[in-house]
Design a protein around this ligand. Structure first.
Ligand SMILES: *[C@@H]1O[C@H](CO)[C@@H](O)[C@H](O)[C@H]1NC(C)=O
Ligand SMILES: *[C@@H]1O[C@H](CO)[C@@H](O)[C@H](O)[C@H]1NC(C)=O
Ligand SMILES: *[C@@H]1O[C@H](CO)[C@@H](O)[C@H](O)[C@H]1NC(C)=O
Ligand SMILES: *[C@@H]1O[C@H](CO)[C@@H](O)[C@H](O)[C@H]1NC(C)=O
Ligand SMILES: *[C@@H]1O[C@H](CO)[C@@H](O)[C@H](O)[C@H]1NC(C)=O
Ligand SMILES: *[C@@H]1O[C@H](CO)[C@@H](O)[C@H](O)[C@H]1NC(C)=O
Ligand SMILES: *[C@@H]1O[C@H](CO)[C@@H](O)[C@H](O)[C@H]1NC(C)=O
Length: 919
């Protein structure tokens, strides 16, 4: 917070540029125009505060809580909002002002969902017989608690999400005191989209999304369900804080309110599977979550699903200091809820089989024979080539194609070319996926398992006719099929986001199963579903905290995080189902401490005083840390410390690159060495020892490519304890690295969705009249200049100066010199922007400046400056700088101005005529 305040003072009020989803680079969370979170200095009456703003602002949310006193407000005049907000920040009664940003629900994958008309054959029902064999529980030792009757009794977990369908029998069937979902509320209403005004109501039901209901089931699903789903902490009570409407995003003011409400309701743990790219712990939402943790309530947040983007892509609020970021690990089993259909071979009896409907997936109840282009069930590129000329008309067949090599769309296109309307794929790996295959002419597609496909092909090869009766998936019965995950069991999910933060905070903290998770879903949406995401691993971690609270009798976030981290099990790196040879431990910035081992954590008697260590980068290198080891057991233990290196992950492919590599990047077997003082020692029961650990970064690494090294301090005790403490460091200087991608920072036209750069220096933009940028009457013929700016790395501060190029004295007089060499008229409205993640932002400029005035008609260029990581905002040399081409702006006249001009001209003519007449 201190850093933020000083930067705010240096930079004025922050507001991000308008982010675009059309760009390939990831986009930053968008801001809500004119909306701000105000933190009061001391306490105040919010109504009086808003009243004092003299009708310029309305109240979005009163945010007066024990840990945060303030409000979020919406300026009515968004045109002058920046100026008003800046004035607000100067008031002695205001401590901080933050823009309201919007965050999406993390992109999670929906693999399969159940049926509203589930008719589950008795034989397929899995019942909880008192022994927990749920795969995700076996992976994390949660089954041992279940078998011992420890279920999180008496612990309250708040779930901040899309609500919970508490009507679900496996989620208690009711809401309120005495129910499983016993507290919480809807902060927003169905129609909320992140931009409009939330309409709160007391009922937090998950009416239209499903995400929160899935999360809730992972924590606390009761065993009265047909698929054998067992919540990890069935004895807890849940609080449901609904912060998403049916569509769109959530503002951080709503999130902050939800956290503070959950805290004040006495929650013991708060979990949120929500986030957006950031990489900076200073973000206000992250800062509030940090405060709640400091006040004694553990907060777990999903680490994010942007693993594909590569290293240095931490997500907020998970990246907050003291906030526990949860990575995802793939399930050892691949459960799938398949739709029930049937087939016959050579006119024999009907046999049931399961399928996963694709897109399009509206299968009618059709009965048709199967056809396939060849009988090779190991053909890697089956159906990728156009079908032979002698292919029959396929309009009365269902075409069976093996998955692999080319796209589903290409395979379907080849079948459709011969008249096919229906396509069934069979998989080339375990399980099924949802085929996305919208091709003109195809009516429905689906996937069956490899085993089923091969069985049919063998029959056809033997000359037997296979006739398939498909069913409408919305009406079909659903059954659970569980495949063994042979590709990635227990390994990090490839989608799990990588840390560290740009300031080298260790992120994520640890992982739990989040890939291919079966849980509850709203009844009207199918009641059960298989989903993937860190959204699924996060609630598992929350449940494990509850189990630990039961056993250890403490709720202290630090104690619990430390022991969970120390006992978690690091795993090897894997990419594309392959482990490098020799195997290397996955980098700490991907897996944190590893997969949670809840039982070990609950019973550990050796405790560490920290959960991880950061040695920072070379420029800010921390040569040594101290941490303590305590023996809380009943017998004397001798400990031996060691160091096990994890894979070093390079940030850049080449020293000259500025954008980090995408997953899997480049990992190497370079390890730091650690020295311990002492390296071996004996502790009697109740004794504690302070250890000094000194790091020597790996030798021979290419520091210009910013290698991120990591590993584990191992603490092995003669009592059989095996603890590990993750550490991270960066070789090279973060500040030495370019953050602004000059080649991808340029001027374009507002209407150009392809963001084509303007190369000439003489384009003139006719802007809408000042203050009428959104008025459709002035759209025709006008065009806004659009600044496209790309950050290849995170930047704590981005500023853009509007530099006048005409010699008109009135403009020059208004301009000031910044950084000693840039004549600036000011910054476009919405800037500067603080705590920026990497990615591309677009800023359409209507001529308005941050102080609310407009740049006069004239010639300009924009100078873009992005502060480097660890840079000083007052130091010119710490910025990357680039400028756009020169361009002219003019403003269209308003109707009123035109009318006035016409009237004036007419009056002038009349005056002349009268003058002439007089003479
Ligand atoms: C419950 O079922 C599991 C798996 O089928 C079995 O291993 C276990 O022994 C059973 N437990 C009881 C108490 O019957
Ligand atoms: C699947 O369909 C068969 C008949 O085709 C039926 O006997 C069976 O009960 C169904 N199973 C489910 C789970 O709907
Ligand atoms: C790394 O050093 C910088 C500069 O002193 C500091 O701001 C940052 O917090 C440090 N990172 C960690 C994880 O301590
Ligand atoms: C401690 O145990 C771990 C795991 O068994 C092992 O990899 C490591 O080498 C051991 N450390 C020492 C110093 O013996
Ligand atoms: C004007 O339109 C832009 C883009 O459609 C939007 O982002 C902005 O919020 C609008 N401004 C106002 C004052 O409504
Ligand atoms: C836009 O302006 C052009 C001439 O500049 C005119 O031909 C056209 O009809 C106008 N379109 C609209 C929608 O007003
Ligand atoms: C403005 O004045 C400067 C020096 O006085 C001159 O170099 C420059 O060409 C002038 N620019 C224009 C657009 O007239």
């Amino acid at each position: 917070m201190v850093r933020l305040t000083s930067l705010l003072a240096a930079a004025g009020i922050a507001r991000a540029a308008v982010a675009s989803s059309s760009t390939t680079a990831p986009a930053a969370p968008e801001i809500v125009p004119g909306a701000y979170i105000v933190e009061y200095e001391g306490d105040q009456d919010t109504n009086a505060f808003v009243k004092e703003l003299g009708g310029e602002a309305s109240l979005r949310k009163d945010l007066r809580f024990k840990l945060f006193k303030g409000a979020s407000i919406q300026f009515k005049d968004t045109k002058n909002a920046e100026k008003l907000a800046a004035e607000l920040a100067d008031l002695p009664k205001v401590k901080n002002v933050f823009p309201v940003r919007r965050y999406p629900l993390p992109r999670h994958t929906i693999h399969s969902v159940g049926s509203t008309v589930a008719n589950i054959a008795e034989s397929l029902k899995k019942r909880d017989n008192g022994t927990d064999t749920f795969s995700t529980h076996l992976m994390t030792q949660v089954n041992k608690f279940h078998d011992a009757g420890i279920t999180g009794q008496g612990i309250k977990i708040a779930v901040i999400d899309t609500g919970i369908d508490y009507r679900h029998p496996a989620l208690g069937g009711c809401f309120g005191p005495g129910c499983l979902v016993s507290y919480g509320s809807d902060l927003v209403g169905d129609d909320f989209n992140g931009k409009n005004t939330p309409v709160p109501d007391p009922d937090p039901v998950d009416s239209c999304n499903g995400h929160g209901t899935h999360v809730a089931g992972i924590i606390a699903a009761q065993s009265n369900n047909p698929y054998g789903i067992i919540g990890a902490a069935q004895g807890v009570t849940l609080g449901a804080y609904r912060v998403f409407g049916c569509d769109g995003d959530v503002g951080n003011d709503v999130l902050i309110a939800a956290y503070l409400m959950a805290y004040e309701a006495g929650s013991d743990i708060i979990t949120a599977s929500i986030g957006g790219p950031s990489g900076w712990g200073e973000d206000p939402w992250a800062a509030v979550v940090s405060r709640i943790v400091e006040a004694g309530v553990p907060c777990v947040v999903s680490a994010g699903n942007d693993g594909a983007t590569g290293i240095f892509y931490a997500s907020t609020a998970a990246n907050g200091k003291k906030v526990t970021a949860i990575a995802s690990i793939d399930n050892t089993e691949t459960p799938a809820l398949l739709s029930n259909a049937s087939y016959t071979v050579a006119g024999g009896p009907a046999t049931a089989f399961g399928f996963t409907a694709g897109e399009p997936g509206e299968w009618p109840d059709v009965t048709l024979p199967l056809w396939t282009v060849n009988y090779n069930t190991s053909d890697p590129a089956h159906g990728c080539d156009p079908y032979p000329d002698d292919t029959p008309d396929l309009s009365d067949r269902i075409v069976l194609i093996r998955r692999g090599t080319c796209t589903f769309v290409q395979k379907i296109t080849n079948a459709v070319a011969k008249g096919a309307k229906y396509v069934l794929f069979y998989n080339n790996v375990a399980g099924t996926v949802t085929v996305s295959g919208k091709v003109d002419g195809v009516e429905a597609v689906a996937m069956v398992t490899a085993k089923q496909g091969e069985e049919w092909v063998r029959a056809m090869e033997a000359g037997q006719e296979v006739v398939v009766t498909m069913t409408d998936p919305s009406k079909a019965g659903k059954f659970l099929t569980v495949f063994e995950n042979t590709a990635t069991p227990g390994y990090m999910s490839e989608f799990t986001s990588w840390g560290p933060t740009f300031e080298v905070d260790v992120k994520p903290q640890f992982g739990a199963p989040g890939g291919m998770i079966l849980s509850t879903y709203p009844i009207h949406m199918g009641a059960y579903a298989v989903l993937s995401g860190t959204s699924m691993s996060c609630p598992m971690a929350a449940a494990i905290y509850a189990l630990l609270m039961n056993v250890r009798g403490t709720k202290d976030p630090k104690t619990l995080e430390n022991v969970l981290s120390a006992t978690a099990k690091p795993n090897f790196f894997r990419s594309g189902g392959q482990t490098p040879e020799p195997p290397l431990l996955a980098p700490v910035v991907q897996q944190g401490a590893g997969i949670l081992q809840a039982w070990d954590a609950a019973h550990a008697t050796t405790l560490l005083s920290v959960s991880s260590l950061s040695f920072n980068d070379t420029e800010h290198f921390v040569p040594y840390h101290h941490f303590s080891v305590s023996n809380t057991g009943k017998s004397e233990v001798t400990y031996k410390l060691g160091n096990v290196g994890a894979a070093t992950a390079y940030t850049f492919a080449e020293a000259t690159d500025i954008t980090p590599m995408k997953f899997p990047g480049e990992i190497t077997a370079d390890f730091a060495s650690l020295a311990f003082e002492p390296a071996e020692f004996t502790l009697a029961p109740g004794q504690r020892k302070v250890i000094k650990v000194t790091a020597t970064p790996p030798k021979g690494v290419d520091v210009d490519r910013l290698p991120v090294w990591s590993g584990y301090v191992t603490i092995n005790g003669t009592d059989g304890s095996n603890l590990s403490l993750p550490y991270v460091g960066v070789s090279g200087s973060l500040k030495a690295h370019t953050v602004l991608d000059e080649r991808k920072t340029y001027l374009s036209r507002g209407s150009d969705e392809d963001n084509t750069p303007i190369l000439s220096n003489d384009v003139t933009f006719l802007l809408p009249p000042q203050g009428f940028a959104n008025d459709t009457r002035y759209r025709n013929g006008t065009e806004l200049p659009k600044l496209v700016a790309t950050l290849s790395f995170g930047s704590p501060l981005v500023r853009v100066d509007v530099v006048p190029l005409s010699n008109c004295t009135s403009v020059k007089e208004k301009a000031t010199l910044v950084f000693g060499d840039t004549l600036s008229l000011g910054q476009p409205e919405g800037l500067p922007s603080l705590w920026n993640p990497r990615g591309t932002v677009e800023l359409k400029w209507d001529g308005r400046l941050a102080d609310g005035t407009y740049a006069p008609a004239g010639k300009y260029k924009l100078v873009v400056r992005a502060l480097r990581v660890f840079g000083n905002p007052d130091e010119k040399g710490d910025y990357d700088v680039t400028e756009t081409v020169e361009f002219k702006v003019r403003y269209k006249k308003t109707e009123e101005e035109k009318k006035l001009r016409r009237l004036r001209r007419r009056a002038e003519k009349r005056r002349l005529r009268e003058m002439l007449n007089r003479h």
